[in-house]
Design a protein around this ligand. Sequence first.
Ligand code: GLP
Length: 263
Amino acid sequence: MEIIITDNYAEMSKVSAQIISHEIQKRHDLVLGLATGDTPVGTYKELVKIHQKEGLDFSKVKSFNLDEYVGLAPLHKNSYNYFMWENLFKHININPENVYIPQGNTDDPEEFCLWYEEQIKKAGGINLQVLGIGGDGHIAFNEPGSSFASRTRVKALVKQTIDDNARFFDNVEDVPRFAITMGVGTILEARKILLIASGEKKAEVCAQFIEGPVTSQITATALQLHNYATVILDKGAASKLTRTEYYNWVRDNKQLIQKQVGR
Ligand code: GLP
């Protein structure tokens, strides 16, 4: 895992948007996995800026979102579909036919999950998967105990996640109890992974998933098994890491390292 520590949220957002933009420039038909939550909002704003000012072209990009609440229609204001259109898609030139988001109000979730996996496969797999991290260490909605082999499926949310995400709803009772989510196994198949995290409230869980043992109790630790995962943290989220000096040395000597490892 490559760990990049930035001074603040704004810089975290800029650096992550630059990485995504660079991948799109290298490959116009990039298959991009996308995340929701507060954390990526700044990254999406930066991507919109790059699109508007530098003409970053999304017309051939395909996107697959990680997850969606079961029971919410795509136009519901708390749906992840709504979030994605408000925060990113309506501001860029992505082709709506290339946008894939799990359908929360599908009649047949099981069938839908199989179909979703099939679409990822048909697209040639995900080139770059963007992730946030939940307070309990989940990626997408892979709650503690999710198998590292899990695929897209319906997952019951734990109380901490329901409480954490209640801030987006009028009251906690309105938070759906289930979500359709890509599995840890689905995420691990992405060729590159970019996880972003911000703020001291994520510091403990970031230290656990970056420097602690691999465990399905903290599904983000699965990234330790991936061969191309980058983590961008702001100072708050990085405040409980113990190997900061090393990570910063690597960040500051990247050109030297690129020469050595060709990455
Ligand atoms: C939800 C999403 C995750 C996201 C997490 C953290 O649970 N399913 O994909 O990473 O929230 O959200 P935030 O960035 O708001 O802390």
